[in-house]
Design a binder for this molecule. Sequence first.
Ligand code: ADP
Ligand code: MG
Ligand code: ZN
Length: 488
Amino acid sequence: MSYVSSRPVVIGLEVHIQLNTRSKLFCPCSTDYIGKTPNTNVCPICLAVPGTLPLVNDSAVALGSRMGLGLRGEIQKYSNFHRKNYFYPDLAKAYQITQYGLTITVGGYLDIEADGKPKRVRIHHLHLEEDAGKLVHPTADGRLTGASYSLVDYNRGGVPLSEIVSEPDISSPAEAKEYVARLRQLARYLDVSDGEMESGSLRVDANISLSNPGGSLGTRVEIKNMNSLKALERALEYETERQNKVLDSGGRIVQETRLWDDAESVTRSMRNKETASDYRYYPEMDLAPIVITDEQIEEFKKSMPELPWEKRARFAGYGLSKEETAILTERKELAEYYEAVVSFGAPPARAANWVRMDVLRVLNELSRDIREFKVKPETLAELVKYVEAKELSGTVGKEILDILAREDVPFDEALKRTGARTGRLTGGALETLIDRIMSANPDLVEAIKSGRDKKGGKLKFLQGQVMKETKGQADPRETASLLSEKLV
Ligand code: ADP
Ligand code: MG
Ligand code: ZN
């Protein structure tokens, strides 16, 4: 049971999404830093050696613009960079280059649905900034945390991030979780980021306050260090309860930054929250402003793919439930796979079931992504059709899928291994049977030939008759093609 707050909850999120450029934001170093030997993915620019000059990576500008457009924000034709001053050992320059005031996009919104209710979360702006390095605390036994001293690894320093700042429109931990899930989905659809929270490609700073009795906003607390959607929701639930208790006992909330401790399931105070004036934002004189032309904006708009909500709306045409649609469109690669299966002739509702239940189950068992799935959409379509035509039982169908997903064997070989048999009726014998069924149903034949079978139900009936007469032994593809040849 989740905690029920006695005061209205107000949440605003700052989400950092790593942009999937090949090189860092201001230098040619690779962004592929995970698992690399510490401090090997660096150069004089990202190590901030005096005398070096940064240069903006155009791809980062393009990806940031794309993400902003996906959020229905407005691209600023002129934006610039600022230095955000603070000392931290993982920040070699002692300032971070970020955008402040004039940012790459402003405004926009993201529509979500939580607990069955639609909700619009307004976006304040999206800006570009560089990532910092990482502190590691390795222990003698090889663990990377726990030591009493810090080592610094600059490999990640300078990797491009887009920070998306929401308005404080989010009213519950569940909504916050859903908002981040949709944001991540959008970033993936746009090929802007892999959006993995576990590896740090997507990081959330959550601001949360409880409103005062008069309705004015309360003092907010910022929470960091959640590395999954579940952790984000739990941290916000914990914090809602903590703040309510402080207020109930007559205390007051102090503005501060707190860290989520996943193992203990608590937030802990880390530091008093800095305010903008602490950072001494200062225009970055080493970088020219970012100028985006009308032509570029047009190009960005033209290159936008179908967006998640557009895909969901279109999938309604397959007659699927909302839940099915949500699952099938969560990753665009899965949606594309599903549509390919349908395009190879599998009935949409059946195909949806197979993809949603069986394909996802097998992928989960193999810990693989749909992009690494061995069963081609045309093969799955065949399998679905065989089962539909009752030529194979559902159980055998699943067994075949399991084999095909794990081994590089042809369909017939997989079939043979299941021990099932299809003594298929094909060729002349099948044709003779079809002719017989057609002459037994002259009215239907006439109706189809004269174009009075708009929905295809009459043709289906004839196909069904063939299957019935042969006890499912007819080859469904051949039956369909023979029938359509004969019925023109
Ligand atoms: P800062 O400059 O300190 O980062 P901002 O005004 O830019 O502060 O806000 C940062 C984030 O905090 C935004 O996502 C905003 O929606 C959120 N926020 C602001 N006020 C509140 C509040 N009272 N409760 C919850 N979130 C808030
Ligand atoms: Mg901020
Ligand atoms: Zn570098």
